[in-house]
Each structure stands twice: as C-alpha cells, then as structure tokens.
Design a binder for this molecule. Structure first.
Ligand code: SF4
Length: 150
C-alpha cells in the first residue's frame, strides 16, 4: 500500500536487562509496562527527531491487552518531548476488533499465539499443556490453518 515502514530498533539485550526480575510476571503486569515503555520511548524519540507531532499504537485493539496500561505508557513516553503527543484512540470502538479479525483472515496474516517474548511463550505453553493441548508451534499461521480446515 506504499506506506513507509520504519523499524526504529530491535534491542534484545536492553529488553532482557529491563525485564530482569520480572520473568514470572503475568501478561498485563509490570513486565509488560516496562516492555511498552521501552518501545514507546524509542518511538517518541524518533517522532521528536523527525518532526512527527502524534504517535499511537494499535496494540490496544487486542482483547488480551489493557488499554489503560498501554495509554499510560504512551503518554509517559511522549511527555518529555515538546510538540509530540500520544493519541489515546480506542481502536476497539465502532467494531474495530471485528474489523481486525476480518482483515487478518482475508489476508491470511500471521496470527501469533502468544504475545511476543519468551516468557509469554513459556506461560502460554504451560497453560496449553495444563489444558491437554499441543504446545505452540512458532511460525504457525493460525488463520491459514483455519482457512484450510474450513
Ligand atoms: S512481549 Fe508481551 S508479554 Fe512479553 S513483556 Fe512485552 S507485552 Fe508483556
């Protein structure tokens, strides 16, 4: 769609350093606050350095996420920068969640079965095993699998 994509960074060492001591925190807990802070801080700095007045995130569209927690992190990250604001838009409004699923299924997007870090993968697998289910297969395209079963 010719929308420029910027990968500001992928700093795994910094992430592990910030997550230290929070390895057993649940999703939506303090480790996730630290994780959002890290990403938004980088985004806010990039916005400031490149003259973007507004930043936001689509993370909150997921029903697994706490919108207030995400918005708090975004607002905190933008605060030090004059002229940069975090947009606390509620992406779930007006059928946004259903629209997300519709597009993701239609385009057969990769739908990851855990949040993203190794701790969320571990916790999701522990829960699955406790429910008698198979562990997550990394890279498994859930939507494609569902479409092929349909
Ligand atoms: S990847 Fe997800 S579960 Fe892991 S710390 Fe970040 S927000 Fe939390």
């Amino acid at each position: 769609m010719e929308i420029p994509f910027i990968d500001a960074d992928y700093d795994v060492q910094n992430w592990f350093a910030r997550a230290k001591g929070m390895e057993r925190e649940p999703e939506r807990g303090v480790r996730c606050t630290e994780c959002f802070d890290m990403r938004f801080e980088r985004t806010a700095l990039y916005a400031y350095e490149h003259g973007f007045p507004i930043i936001t995130s689509s993370l909150g569209i997921s029903r697994w996420k706490n919108m207030e927690q995400i918005n708090d992190c975004g607002v905190r990250a933008a605060k030090p920068y004059d002229g940069v604001e975090y947009w606390t838009y509620n992406w779930r409004k007006s059928g946004g969640g259903a629209r997300m699923y519709e597009i993701a299924k239609r385009e057969a997007f990769y739908a990851q079965q855990y949040c993203g870090c190794i701790y969320s993968l571990r916790d999701s697998n522990e829960w699955r095993v406790s429910q008698g289910r198979e562990k997550i297969e990394i890279g498994e395209t859930w939507y494609e699998q569902k479409l092929s079963e349909a």
